[in-house]
Design a protein around this ligand. Structure first.
Ligand code: TRP
Length: 342
């Protein structure tokens, strides 16, 4: 049994504006892992995944830099974590193809995200959208990553990654060649919901901009969105159980807890009994204080796109150096001569 060095890999798609949901559901987690010395970390902007649905080329380039700017503005340090975009390292596409040949149609047919994204128009979805999880498996396994911080919605894709790793290891008689990576899910903050409907996830694709806080929203707009967030007429309960059946109240208290890094119970111990007329201004202040500086830092970074690109190029070089020996061994193992170009 070989043990694989603890290595974290995660990625975000450069499609549309990043929201408070992305920040609390993913970025905060990425940054917290930076304090864990035992891990090596790679954080990727997955631009090859973005093109599974049509992207305007200039918009894709800009969105890739925006996600990179959000990584840095949220506290990821390019010296301590490898930050790069996927298309700069050819190992992802190369191993992705190989995994397309390892994964089974039946496995991919079970993926709920494809069913949701393709909707009724399945015949017209790209083949890439269908095989999306095989590329995600390649992202992770090209680095033999052992831990993957993701939201609940990606757990199924991570299970598929493990299935691919295991089948590869078995088919080619290489036990432990790939690790079986574990998800790292932060339960309390994993799901931030829409400000207009507490039953739907906060989403960059919601037609109403008032439903979400974008990381680039200015202070006034953030405060306005919180003030106008949907609520119910009851005051806040003093215990978490009192939030049952009150999705909007639950969401706002959850955001408060996540931003102030305390438990929901602690927020309610302090604010229980308050009406939203009192709670919303406190939440607005907290959200502005947490998000507005990130937006400002993003805007500053985006004024120098060359600097962002050079950070990504440097990260890509370090990433490629890690992936190259793995890919070479994969090619050899399969009897493919040449070793690939990664
Ligand atoms: N599928 C992920 C999402 O949409 C993004 C992603 C791509 C990813 N490759 C990854 C996440 C590898 C973790 C690891 O959120």
């Amino acid at each position: 049994m070989t043990t694989h060095a603890p290595r974290v890999f995660s990625g975000m798609q450069p499609t549309g504006n990043l929201t408070l949901g992305n920040y609390l559901g993913a970025l905060v987690n990425f940054v917290a892992l930076q304090e864990r010395e035992e891990f090596e970390r790679l954080y990727c902007v997955v631009d090859l995944h973005a093109i599974t649905t049509f992207q305007e080329p200039a918009t894709l380039t800009q969105a890739t830099r925006e996600v990179a700017a959000a990584y840095i503005a949220s506290g990821l340090d390019p010296d301590r974590s490898i930050l790069f975009n996927q298309s700069r390292v050819s190992a992802h596409a190369e191993l992705g193809w190989i995994f397309t040949c390892v994964a089974r149609m039946g496995w991919l047919n079970r993926m709920t995200q494809f069913k949701e994204k393709a909707g009724k128009n399945r015949e017209n979805a790209s083949v890439g959208l269908f095989s999306y999880p095989t590329l995600m498996a390649a992202d992770i396994l090209a680095y033999r990553a052992t831990h993957v911080p993701v939201g609940e919605d990606q757990k199924q894709h991570l299970e598929l990654t493990r299935d691919i790793a295991q089948k590869f290891n078995n088919d080619f008689g290489r036990p432990d060649f790939f690790p079986l990576p574990e998800p790292l899910i932060q339960p309390e903050t994993a799901r931030i919901m829409s400000l207009r409907n507490g039953e739907n996830k906060m989403s960059k694709s919601d037609p109403s901009d008032m439903s979400r806080i974008n990381l680039t929203d200015g202070a006034d707009l953030i405060a306005q969105k919180i003030r106008k967030a949907k609520t119910d007429p009851e005051p806040l309960p003093s215990e978490p159980e009192g939030l049952a059946g009150r999705p909007e109240a639950q969401n706002l208290v959850g955001i408060f807890a996540a931003l102030s890094k305390v438990s929901v119970a602690d927020v309610l111990a302090e604010h229980g009994g308050q009406g939203f007329g009192a709670f919303k201004p406190a939440l607005a202040d907290l959200t502005v204080a947490s998000v507005a500086p990130i937006g400002e830092a993003m805007r500053r970074l985006l004024e120098a796109p060359d600097e962002i690109d050079s950070i990504l190029a440097d990260g890509a070089e370090r990433a490629a150096a890690l992936a190259r020996p793995v890919l070479r061994e994969v090619y050899d193992t399969l009897g493919l001569t040449g070793g690939g170009s990664a």
